[in-house]
Design a protein around this ligand. Structure first.
Ligand code: PMP
Ligand code: GLN
Length: 389
């Protein structure tokens, strides 16, 4: 008998481990302050935990409906209506997902046929490109404007072809913290209007926006909403990134296609947390107060960084702060961003993420990203170390 493990032909020969896993692993190994991977190091609202506990004790522990429990879909619909002025039917247009990551993969699997082109704006979140490739799509990379990370609409126009199936946008933007203006959204609407291009709008940082900026959702623009999947994440908004719960709002025909894939992808998302989030959403204060909560942390972190050699870039939204390392007075500034981040973690004791991880070709612009969703004490400890640079 020939017992052997047959070789696999990799579907993803170039895919490594995500930078977030790599840097968090290194931060733990080196006992560094972890400002790399984006997650809070403080607890969520204990009331939210009580609500999960209540739901479990009430026996809400079996499979929920495939699309998500009705109270949560209704709460999401009400929230979008209040904030962005558009009605999504909770029955046919809102689906609860296992976080934004699953939402985005499922959207892409549902709409991208082999050979279809999908435009991504780089730097972009690291799951987009592998998702498109797994679906057999062709990734069309369009750079955001170097330095400002604002959309370059001439380049976007030039990237559109008869094969373009979809465009993925992300505002507030990970990793740069840049926010699309109302005019940006109007320009995109005008560009897409004569086309059949689907918009995938990743809005997971919608509640982390700092004055005087404001979040503009695709849901607010008739011409965008009619062709958009709008993606949100409760993990980001309520400090529970490990819960992996999000939602997708899209016109009924789009939601129907989405659900065909969703049902054989995760089928359902855990029940008690859905009920808890539905009840928690009855009070808008937690997400309405989020900008002030994070703005204070951002300002504390920026004030500290201003006393280091690191050059601050703007942070209009998200919980990320990018810095330029090109003018540092240490020889390690000549390393690649990725090696610089490893050195910073190992020798200085602060983990960060290289922006090159957000580009398909590893473009290196000497910028690294810190996450400031941390207790003040964590930020102060990191700043102390960074002052020693
Ligand atoms: N999109 C962006 C831009 C993100 O930063 C993240 C957070 N990792 C996600 C999607 C995924 O969100 P979730 O944790 O809800 O899967
Ligand atoms: N969104 C977070 C980040 O960009 C976490 C991503 C992840 O762990 N996959 O850091």
């Amino acid at each position: 008998m020939n017992v052997h493990t047959p070789n696999l032909v990799s579907k993803a020969p170039h895919m490594g481990t995500t930078i977030f896993t790599v840097m968090s692993g290194l931060a733990t190994e080196k006992n560094a302050v972890n400002l790399g991977q984006g997650f809070p190091d403080f607890p969520c609202d204990p009331h939210l935990l009580d609500l999960v506990n209540d739901a479990m004790r009430e026996g809400l522990n079996q499979y929920p409906p495939m699309t998500g429990v009705a109270p949560l879909r209704e709460a999401v619909s009400r929230k979008i209506n209040t904030l962005y002025g558009r009605h999504y039917d909770p029955t046919s247009e809102i689906t609860v997902t296992a976080g934004a990551t699953q939402a985005i993969l499922t959207i892409i699997l549902a709409i991208v046929h082999p050979g279809d082109e999908v435009i991504v704006l780089e730097p972009c979140y690291d799951s987009y490109v592998p998702n498109i490739e797994l679906a057999g799509g062709v990734v069309v990379r369009v750079p955001l404007t170097p330095g400002t990370f604002r959309p370059d609409f001439d380049k976007i126009r030039a990237a559109i072809s008869p094969q373009t199936r979809a465009i993925l946008i992300n505002s507030p933007h990970n990793p740069s913290g840049m926010i699309w203006s109302r005019q940006d959204m109007l320009t995109l609407q005008e560009i897409l209007s004569p086309t059949d291009i689907v918009l995938i709008s990743d809005e997971v940082y919608e509640h982390m926006v700092y004055a005087p900026n404001q979040h503009w959702s695709a849901a607010q623009f008739d011409g965008l909403a009619a062709r958009a999947f709008v993606v949100s994440s409760f993990g980001k908004s309520f400090h529970v990134t490990g819960w992996k719960i999000g939602s997708v709002a899209a016109p009924a025909p789009y939601s129907a296609e989405f659900r065909k894939v969703h049902q054989f992808n995760v089928f359902t998302v855990n029940t008690p947390m859905q009920h808890a989030l539905a009840r928690y959403l009855a009070n808008p204060a937690p997400y309405l107060e989020l900008p002030a909560f994070y703005q204070r942390k951002r300002d504390l972190f920026r004030q500290g960084l201003a006393q280091t050699q690191l050059k601050l870039l703007p942070s209009e939204g998200t919980y990320f702060q990018c810095v330029d390392i090109s003018e540092l007075k240490v020889p390690e500034k000549n390393l690649s961003e990725a090696d610089f981040c490893k050195w910073l973690t190992t020798d200085i004791g602060v983990a960060a993420i290289p922006l090159s991880a957000f580009y398909g070709n590893g473009f290196d612009e000497k910028v690294i990203r810190f996450c400031f969703a941390k207790q003040d004490a964590t930020l102060i400890a990191a700043l102390e170390k960074l002052k020693g640079l």
